[in-house]
Design a protein around this ligand. Structure first.
Ligand SMILES: [Zn+2]
Length: 528
């Protein structure tokens, strides 16, 4: 038998969590053709994997890489930072941010400030099919598995209004949501700290999620609060799934803010109890004690009513600035106050193309005492909202507890942007393998790989992926289990990991001998 590719003498992990076996792996075209003793076979390309791990390509369950293909010239290293770790499929459209669908005449501009950072402010499409065609033309290193974002959907039908939808608007949202599921979306995501997602009631979300029950795909949520309100927010997500009759997946599960440290014991207890009652609930997690999002997410929800332009107008009004500042300093409860949770010194400018000298520095340091809020308002006005931040607000013990949870899989929450983005985009997977599995022995290597392959494939219905077996798609990674580790840091956030040798997407080498080949064989996958 002649294969296109033979990976010889590897330590093969099948993605199920089972212990590895010594075997060869033979690939023909985009499929795994054989696993076992293939010493008699030959191949056009052979890789000696002696002493190395061979695993299914990693599935990143949580990314914001929807528009990474639209990054400008010279930013290839940013878009490719994830695949260099062995990630071959990125679930995108998370936290309610998807760049589709919208009604004619509207824009799915919930992620517009984020989108404009990618240079894709004006999207030339309305639905998933249109987005997928554009992404394919743009060229993908890894596969994309898109979710439909509730924020994009709501903005695309009713704009950024802080009110319940009218009947006709609810009907339009249901129709667009069903259409996106028919076009192959892998689930329905919400981001309930962001506008317009935050304007939605639990009932609205149950109604919409229930409209796509027949597809059996998950409700995926960045819950309403991850600080003081975390327990009720987790319970709300579980209720939405239960009442709508669909599985629930909690995004980047955490508890944030010093006052809440340790409460993952409580939240994981709630989740485990629901699972015990037969509710299908899973989570993903990234291995860092800092988060990252748009800087504008620190503003109270009322300040964002009406959309990004209205928000910027408000920030020019002295009286409004005072009111926001009072809310940030400890105003009314009931919303996610990231400033109170992290403090100004815990909020660091990540990507700010218009003011690169601010990148990597905290608001406390940039503004000086007493001037932080005003500094942020001015920066948002000056940059038209195009600023992301890193927020230091979790405790290591909570991160470890979630990583070790049986129903936890790995999702980077990566935002592929230049500047000083969060290192999770370039480091999450190699950090879990190197630090948490090998060095700290939080779990064994087979379990770590399962959390990146078989488990997420099952959750998101990625057929033919996440398992290394005959007939599966040849999404594969070969790495050195003794050397693999992340090198990305907050100072140098896009450094490629150590120890990842080969990465194949559909049988095509994207990384060979640790270097990018330049190939972009990624597909936009569709759920069926
Ligand atoms: Zn999120």
């Amino acid at each position: 038998m002649e294969f296109d590719l033979l990976i010889r003498n590897g330590t093969v992990f099948d993605g199920t969590g089972a212990p590895p076996v010594g075997a060869d792996v033979g690939v023909v075209g985009d499929r795994i053709e054989a696993v076992g003793d293939l010493s008699a076979a030959t191949a056009r390309w052979e890789v000696d994997a002696t002493g190395r791990a061979v695993a299914p390509g990693f599935i990143d369950t949580h990314t914001h890489s929807d528009l990474a293909w639209a990054l400008g010239p010279g930013l290839e290293h940013v878009a490719a930072a994830s695949v260099r770790q062995g990630v071959t499929t990125e679930v995108c459209g998370n936290c309610g941010f998807s760049p589709f669908p919208h009604l004619p005449g509207h824009r799915a501009d919930v992620g517009r400030h984020l989108g404009s950072l990618f240079g894709a402010a004006e999207a030339g499409w309305q639905d998933l099919d249109g987005f997928a065609a554009a992404a394919r033309r743009g060229g993908l290193f890894a596969n994309l598995a898109p979710l439909v974002g509730h924020g994009g959907l709501r903005a695309g039908v009713m704009g950024f209004e802080d009110r319940p939808p009218r009947d006709d608007e609810l009907a339009a949202m249901k129709r667009l949501l069903e259409e996106a599921f028919e076009q192959g979306a892998f689930g329905f995501s919400t981001g309930l700290i962001y506008t317009p997602g935050a304007f939605a009631s639990t009932e609205e979300l149950i109604e919409l999620t229930g409209a796509v029950r027949r597809f059996g795909r998950p409700y995926v949520s960045h819950v309403r609060g991850e600080t003081d309100m975390v327990r009720g927010s987790v319970e709300e997500a579980i209720r939405i799934g239960r009442e709508a009759g669909v599985p629930v997946h909690l995004s980047h599960h955490k508890v944030a803010g010093r006052a809440n440290w340790g409460r993952t014991e409580e939240t994981l207890g709630v989740i485990a109890a629901a699972r015990g009652r037969g509710v299908d609930v899973t989570v993903d997690v990234y291995p860092y004690t800092a988060g990252s999002t748009l800087l504008s997410a620190i503003l109270p929800r009322w300040a964002q009513d009406g959309g990004p332009e209205r928000m910027l107008e408000r920030l020019r009004d002295g009286a409004v600035r005072d009111r926001i500042e009072a809310d940030l300093a400890g105003g009314p409860p009931g919303w996610e106050n990231l400033v109170r949770a992290a403090g100004w010194d815990g909020i660091v400018v990540a990507t700010c193309p218009g003011r690169p000298e601010a990148e990597g520095r905290s608001i406390g340091e940039l503004a000086g005492p007493g001037r932080e809020a005003g500094f942020v308002f001015d920066l948002l006005i000056e940059q038209e909202g195009r600023v992301t931040m890193i927020v230091h607000l979790m405790h290591e013990a909570d991160v470890r507890r979630v990583l070790g949870f049986e129903a936890a899989m790995i999702g980077s929450d990566g935002i592929p942007l230049p500047g000083k983005p969060h290192p999770r985009w370039a480091g999450t997977f190699s950090r879990v393998l190197g630090r948490y599995a090998r060095e700290e022995r939080l779990f064994d290597l087979a379990t770590a790989i399962h959390k990146m392959t078989g488990l997420p494939a099952q959750r998101f219905g990625l057929r033919g992926r996440g398992r290394l077996e005959r007939g599966a798609v040849a999404d594969l990674v070969v790495f050195d289990p003794d050397a693999v580790r992340d090198r990305a840091t907050f100072e140098e956030p896009l450094l490629a990991p150590q120890g990842v040798r080969q990465v194949l997407v559909g049988g095509v080498a994207v990384v060979a001998d640790g270097q990018l080949t330049g190939a972009r064989p990624g597909q936009v996958l569709t759920a069926r």
